[in-house]
Design a protein around this ligand. Structure first.
Ligand code: 5GP
Length: 114
């Protein structure tokens, strides 16, 4: 199977505006932002989608979610708040087949989502 655009970003083959990195994740600006702040957080360890995470050990899964929280905090989003979205599969609206969490912030989010 061909590599996704996010694997190419991890490997430095495609540029991205990286805002945070640690040994578990890379976080970068979404190319087509849906809010004033729109960051994608991807694990360095490959998973195609959220459905695959049940195969991960709790440490790896926890480190991914902890990093999402850390990124939001480092970007100063804790006080005003933010939304985290993980699209999974066709009905979830997932376009890139590599697990990623969207962090959306900088405006009032609505519910229910579209
Ligand atoms: P999904 O619909 O799979 O949950 O979200 C994929 C996201 O990746 C979309 O919000 C899209 O704008 C973003 N995206 C797609 N290609 C690129 C790219 O090459 N660079 C960056 N920074 N974001 C991308």
């Amino acid at each position: 199977m061909s590599r996704t655009i996010f694997e190419k970003i991890i490997d430095g083959e495609i540029n991205a505006e990286i805002v945070f990195e640690n040994s578990y994740v890379i976080a970068f600006k979404d190319i087509n932002p849906q809010a004033p702040v729109h960051i994608l957080v991807i694990p360095r360890k490959k998973a195609s989608r959220m459905s695959d995470l049940k195969e991960w050990n709790a440490d790896d899964a926890g480190n991914f979610f902890k990093a999402v929280s850390l990124v939001a905090s480092e970007l100063g989003l804790d006080q005003d708040g933010y939304r985290v979205v993980i699209n999974n599969g066709t009905n979830g609206g997932q376009e890139v087949e590599y697990l990623h969490a969207h962090i959306l912030a900088g405006r009032q989010m609505k519910w229910p989502p579209g």
